[in-house]
Design a protein. Structure first.
Lengths: 455, 341
């Protein structure tokens, strides 16, 4: 009897090919495959390789921040130690003491990251929330300081370097040319992204979300929040280590900087900017990170100041990051109301640009005064020539900034009203369509969550 | 003996400086549940603002004005930014102070440049407060101010004389910190505002329904905490170096202090500050390594391992973090903490 009932229960879950999901993953793989054909220059391929590394690192960071609510200030410890061990593995392959192919070096980094996460994570995950953040900070400092104390392993100030072309060529692949490294890293990026997405669907991944949202209740139904955090931390450590190993292959060098607080801060920064509440947010974050480090730093010397200001602005107005902004608009588009916002977006962008232009003019003037006074008093800015000695330049920038701010604030208030109206209409439509609405899909619920704090 | 006394005093003064920082941090944390990541940045701008004021008016007005300015900046930040993200929860609160610390460092680089600035202590505080003279003939002597050169050089080669001066800035640091400690204690326990603050720590809703403006109390506490950090910055800036890295050097240590002392416990912060101050000062002065210990025990090592050759002074920077790890394993509440995080 029982046996005959069981299939009937399982039957409704017959396999449906998830075309939408397949399309997304296929698209991602396609983008990774054709990207170097679009940017075939040396710089392009090198940056694409770095983007792959950053994506894996930010995704692994988001396993803690977004999925577990654990704000870590020491994630570079795991990526960095992964890099160091991977470089040692490369050296070992070179002298024949480590019998593995070069293509498995990122995996070695992952195992190293996992090992250190097992070791240090036990102390770290004893706490959650703010104490967790402080402990990760302390451990990060500890490892950074230690890295300069043990030159045998860390190579002191100069770091250690290795050669990635030491392995036997396999079907002509030597990992000498950057493009070969890129494709290896792309495979790792794809595999790690898929694995981390799969993790969010496992019982452990789900429990991790529960621990983030309501730890008391999780304890009450019999789970140990500490163990859930610890296990997730170990898995995040593994993927962080893979990112570190990818870094080792790409740069062939590991210095003390790779475990430093600056790098940990960068992971936090860009994961958050990309959006911690959605799985794909850190992918955006990783791309922004490399663009930021490579391009913006060329554009202006004050780029870190702009970055800090943007970050504060995002925390206050869009705590879900860029991903949540995208998803909110996707939701509005789904209800065919997006056309009402285009005008507002155009006006917001125009006034924001005006404000930024003025503000940036001021910042560039001050920066020039501070850092490059010897090269003359003039600054090239937006096709104009500003002079740090002329009052007109300062006053002009100030007036533009003030006008821009006033206009932006004026538009923003009216936009917020319109935004609220649209959200209200959508809620009403939803309530009308489905009086007993079923459990909403994850993305939708999160989007609604995020809209509350929006403008 | 004179080594011990001077190191102890140095350690105490450094510990008291740490307490000036961690007291504000603890107060803000226990009240608002916000870990102010930018606390050390307030310390830094305190030093820089005092430096700018001191160039115009001299040191003493700077000592008073700079903390007030920093306190005002802190209060404005709380009102405009922190209060806005309060409804999103603790992680965004921590993130916005993290963002602020980033912006402040960049602004300091922008305004005052990348290199250390010259911020000397005032005339009165230059030179030693007193000098300990240890002579193998006359024993230990204490001389106020700098000791005359004649007392520090032995006429006879067989007599060993060691002079250890104690800097006046360090003494001043202790004095200010102790005065601040007493003032803070009196404020919290003896005044009306202090009682409101204390009750808002545990029962904010009740205090609010009794007609007190709790958000404004939060703003004042945040401003006051920032002002304390600013005051510590003025003193720390003259005693040590005023440079853009000064926030980072002290920043992570005060977080260790707060965890080791127990989150939200002022007394714990005090004990932990002194403990870490003394620990670090002594460690910096000691020159022993594992290898030298083995050697004195009669075991000669042929290994060239750098771990064995590390002296205690070299590992001094990591001692606070090791203490942190040990405390977390053996006493997760912290030394005097009452709550499990």
């Amino acid at each position: 009897m029982v046996a005959s009932v069981a299939p009937a229960v399982i039957a409704p879950r017959a396999r449906v090919v998830p075309t939408g999901r397949l399309a997304v993953w296929g698209g991602f793989a396609l983008v990774l495959a054709v990207a170097p054909l679009i940017f075939p220059s040396g710089l392009g391929v090198s940056m694409l390789s770095q983007v792959g590394i950053a994506i894996v690192a930010c995704l692994s960071y988001n396993m803690l921040l977004g999925q577990g609510g654990m704000l870590s200030f020491g994630h570079a410890v795991y990526t960095g130690l992964g890099t160091f061990v991977a470089v040692h593995a490369l050296l070992g392959i070179g002298d024949g003491s480590v019998p593995i192919p070069v293509s498995l070096v990122p995996f070695v980094g992952g195992v190293a990251g996992m090992f250190f996460a097992v070791l240090l994570g036990y102390v770290t995950t004893k706490k959650a929330g703010t104490p967790f953040a402080m402990i990760t900070l302390g451990l990060g400092e500890l490892v950074t300081a230690m890295s300069l104390m043990i030159p045998e392993f860390f190579g002191g100030e100069g770091g250690i370097s290795a050669n990635r072309t030491v392995g036997k060529p396999f079907m002509g692949i030597t990992f000498g040319p950057q493009i070969q490294v890129y494709y290896l890293l792309a495979i790792y990026t794809l595999a790690c992204t898929a694995a981390m997405y799969a993790f969010t669907r496992t019982p452990l991944g789900r429990m991790l979300n529960a621990v983030r949202d309501n730890p008391e209740r999780v304890e009450f139904i019999g789970y140990s929040t500490q163990r859930v955090r610890y296990l997730s931390f170990i898995i995040a450590g593994f993927f962080a280590g893979v990112a570190g190993g990818m870094y080792a292959l790409n740069f062939e060098i590991a210095t003390a900087e790779v475990v430093g607080a600056g790098r940990s801060g960068a992971y936090l920064f860009f994961t958050f900017l990309g959006g911690a509440t959605f799985f794909f947010g850190p992918i955006i974050g990783g791309i922004l990170m490399i663009l930021g480090f490579a391009l913006f730093s060329e554009l202006t010397k004050a780029w870190q100041l702009y970055l800090g200001l943007i970050f504060m602005f995002m925390v206050m107005y869009a705590p879900g990051g860029i991903a949540s902004l995208i998803m909110m608009n996707v939701r509005i588009a789904r209800y065919k109301k997006l056309h009402r916002l285009w005008g507002w977006y155009a006006m917001l962008t125009a006034t924001a640009l005006l404000m930024l232009a003025g503000l940036a003019g001021l910042i560039e003037l001050v920066y020039h005064l501070q850092l490059a006074e010897t090269t003359g008093s003039t600054v090239r800015y937006l096709g104009m020539t500003l002079d740090t000695h002329s009052a007109a330049s300062w006053l002009g920038a100030l007036v533009v900034a003030a006008l821009g701010f006033a206009a932006f604030e004026f538009v923003r208030r009216r936009f917020a009203l319109e935004w609220g109206r649209i959200q209200g209409e959508i809620e009403a439509t939803m309530a009308f369509k489905e009086p007993n609405s079923p459990v909403p899909e994850g993305g939708e619920a999160a989007a609604r969550e995020a809209t509350r704090g929006a403008p | 003996m004179e080594f011990f006394t001077i190191s102890m005093l140095n350690g105490l003064s450094y510990g008291l400086l740490l307490f000036m920082l961690s007291s504000g941090l603890t107060l803000i944390f226990s009240m608002m549940g916000v870990l102010n990541f930018a606390h050390a940045s307030f310390y830094m701008i305190g030093a820089y603002i005092a430096y700018s004021i001191a160039k115009v008016t001299g040191f003493w007005p700077g000592l008073v004005i700079a903390p007030i300015v920093v306190g005002a900046i802190g209060a404005i930040f709380e009102r405009l930014c922190l209060r806005r993200v309060h409804k999103f929860g603790h992680v965004p609160e921590l993130l916005i102070t993290f963002g602020l610390s980033f912006v402040i460092i960049e602004l300091v680089l922008l305004i005052w440049g990348r290199t250390a600035v010259e911020f000397p202590p005032p005339e009165v505080l230059r030179g030693p407060a007193f000098t300990l003279i240890n002579s193998s003939v006359t024993g230990l002597q204490l001389v106020a101010g700098a000791a005359p050169a004649a007392m520090c050089t032995a006429a006879d080669a067989a007599v060993r004389v060691v002079c250890s001066p104690f800097p006046a800035t360090r003494g001043f640091m202790m004095l200010v910190a102790l005065a601040m400690l007493v003032a803070l204690w009196l404020l919290l326990t003896r005044t009306r505002v202090g009682l409101v603050i204390q009750s808002a720590l545990t029962h904010p809703e009740m205090v609010e329904s009794l007609g007190h403006n709790v958000p404004r109390v939060f703003m004042l506490v945040f401003g006051a905490g920032a002002a304390l950090a600013g005051l510590a910055g003025v003193i720390g800036g003259t005693t040590f170096v005023t440079e853009p890295a000064m926030a980072a050097t002290v920043g992570s240590v005060i977080f260790v202090v707060v965890v080791v002392g127990g989150m939200g416990s002022l007394a714990g912060a005090f004990v932990a500050s002194l403990l870490i101050g003394i620990l670090q000062t002594f460690a910096v002065a000691l020159d022993y390594s594992l290898a030298s210990v083995f050697r004195s025990a009669g075991i000669s090592l042929t290994s060239d391992n750098s771990l064995l050759k590390l002296t205690i002074s070299q590992v001094a920077p990591i001692l606070p973090y090791l203490l942190l790890v040990l405390i977390l394993i053996f006493r997760p509440k912290g030394l005097l903490g009452t709550r499990e995080g």
